[in-house]
Ligand binder design. Structure first.
Ligand code: DAH
Length: 330
């Protein structure tokens, strides 16, 4: 009996225990062979012998069952440990998207002006002639309308060619002082390496009757903004023309591709044009019935900023949705 119990004790896995079970309880096992001896036991002793055997068998069975439970528990424990899933581990991040570089650039621009307390204004993308042209000192048949290749939508409506109409909408809906930017999509009939039919602008407008609304103030804000965007660059203001501002300026930064030495991208001038601005023309104030106000305005192309910031050679790449480009901005 003892040596049979030892066999059970020595089994360290369920697999080994199963072998022991067959050895002990199987058809040709140790128990069976003990029972086989019964036929040779003389009649009067048979009963006692059989009782002894049964008692041993029951005891052994119980011993076996206990061992089985212990090993089974151990086995389950092992499986639980080896198959455990740590739900707090990071998942597979491969297809994670990213903000499009144009939107990221837009956000960066917006952040600057929001920090200076500029409000964000919006307007419709389908505009009427009054807001897109007329009120911005671009009367019908004025040659300056030629500067913008317009998509006409019929009934005098156009796809807005710039975000400047939001200036007009804002001045018509509220009284000065005004400090606003208008980010958004604009549309022009144009398609080449620096033009796409849809692109984004950020317009800015400040109006007040205080002396601080001056060209000097405009110049200082634009310079600070461009340093914030492009770091240590030279900045120059060039006299220019826009119908809605007088005087007007275009603003250049020193070329960040060649460090102003002159390259293909800056047309060997050492300068890159980045925005337009000026003092609000009195005709614009007249159109919105503002009296005795001063204002300055500015406008810039977001794609151009994104291209310069990330040295993207062809504007159209920003609109092709090629994941190889986009993945670089994760
Ligand atoms: N609206 C002009 C354009 O689309 C950009 C612009 C230039 C806006 C000068 C302004 C400004 O407000 O003062 O080309």
């Amino acid at each position: 009996m003892k040596h049979l119990e030892d066999k059970i004790t020595q089994a360290t896995t369920l697999e080994l225990l199963e072998k022991v079970r067959i050895e002990l309880f199987g058809k040709k096992g140790a128990i069976a062979s003990e029972f086989a001896k019964l036929k040779d036991v003389p009649g009067p002793e048979k009963k006692a012998f059989a009782e002894g055997l049964n008692k041993n068998k029951t005891k052994l069975q119980k011993f076996y069952d206990e061992k089985y439970e212990i090993l089974k528990k151990e086995e389950i424990e092992k499986i639980l440990q080896s198959e455990a899933i740590d739900v707090s581990l990071y998942g597979n991040l491969e297809s994670k998207g990213a903000l499009h570089p144009v939107m990221a650039t837009m956000d960066k621009i917006i952040d600057y002006f929001v920090a200076l307390n500029f409000a964000i204004e919006d307007g419709p993308k389908i505009e009427d002639d009054f807001h897109n042209f007329e009120a911005l000192n671009l009367p019908k048949n004025h040659p300056a309308r030629d500067m913008q290749d317009t998509f006409f939508c019929g009934d005098g409506a156009v796809l807005r060619t710039h975000t400047s109409p939001v200036q007009i909408r804002t001045m018509l809906k509220q009284k000065p002082p005004i400090r606003m930017i208008a980010p958004g999509a604009v549309f022009r009939k144009d398609y080449d390496i620096t033009h796409t039919p849809m692109f984004h602008q950020v317009e800015g407008l400040v109006v007040d009757d205080k002396g601080e609304v001056s060209f000097a103030n405009l110049k200082s804000i634009m310079s600070d903004f461009l340093h914030y965007m492009f770091g240590e660059v030279e900045i120059r203001f060039r006299p220019s023309f826009f119908p809605f501002t007088e005087p007007s300026a275009e603003v250049d930064i020193s070329c960040i591709f060649c460090e102003a030495k002159g390259c293909r991208i800056c047309s060997h001038t050492g300068w890159l044009e980045v925005l337009g601005c000026g003092i609000v023309d009195s005709n614009v104030f007249e159109a919105v019935e503002y009296k005795n106000m001063s204002g300055y305005a500015f406008g810039l192309g977001v794609e151009r900023f994104a291209m310069l910031l990330h040295k993207i050679p062809d504007l159209r790449m920003l609109f092709e949705g090629d994941r190889r480009l986009l993945e670089q901005f994760r």
